[in-house]
Write a protein that binds this ligand. Sequence first.
Ligand SMILES: CC(C)(COP(=O)(O)OP(=O)(O)OC[C@H]1O[C@@H](n2cnc3c(N)ncnc32)[C@H](O)[C@@H]1OP(=O)(O)O)[C@@H](O)C(=O)NCCC(=O)NCCS
Length: 169
Amino acid sequence: MDFKIRTFENEADKDFFDKLNFESFKHDFIRGKDIPEEEARKKFREFEAADPLDPWGKDHLTYFASTLEGELAGLIWLAERKAFYKFKEQLVWIYNLHVIPKYRRRGLARKLLAKADEWAMEQGLNSIGCHTLDFNTQARSLYESLGYKLIATHNESCFYEKKIGVLHF
Ligand SMILES: CC(C)(COP(=O)(O)OP(=O)(O)OC[C@H]1O[C@@H](n2cnc3c(N)ncnc32)[C@H](O)[C@@H]1OP(=O)(O)O)[C@@H](O)C(=O)NCCC(=O)NCCS
């Protein structure tokens, strides 16, 4: 299936961005727990407030994927980040990668991650990093299939890094 990948265009993108951030939060932190929607939203607000970010600021970039008819299908939210924790150099960080359920397993996340590679190269950065949780086997096998290496674990957290310009086998 063909998808279009582009940067921000309109207010509907912002709503989609907010919706998918919340979905990713629920996927990771609420999981199967039977928590009422309002309580999940409250926890999400607390989570965001603990690390306030400006996704529309100059160091951030989001790619949106849509069907050829224009239906939004997924996104990847990227930002430049200084070296931190086990990441030894300035890098592109993946703050969110999400494909809506009906468009999964069609190679869209792989396409979005290819945009992350392109953007990192344009920024002259050699490294891309992300965080996922150990139970998230679909994300982990996605990253591992693309040459991301597990460089640190902490409790349930898994930190992955891919070096750009390095051959990955
Ligand atoms: C993880 C996610 C982004 C994958 O999106 P996707 O578009 O379905 O992924 P792709 O079709 O590009 O899959 C590429 C590879 O990822 C792995 N993968 C994807 N979904 C998988 C699944 N359900 N089980 C096992 N492996 C999976 C496979 O290696 C797959 O390659 P293959 O289809 O050749 O076997 C999507 O499932 C999602 O949005 N999940 C919820 C949010 C999330 O977990 N985001 C990651 C946060 S770190």
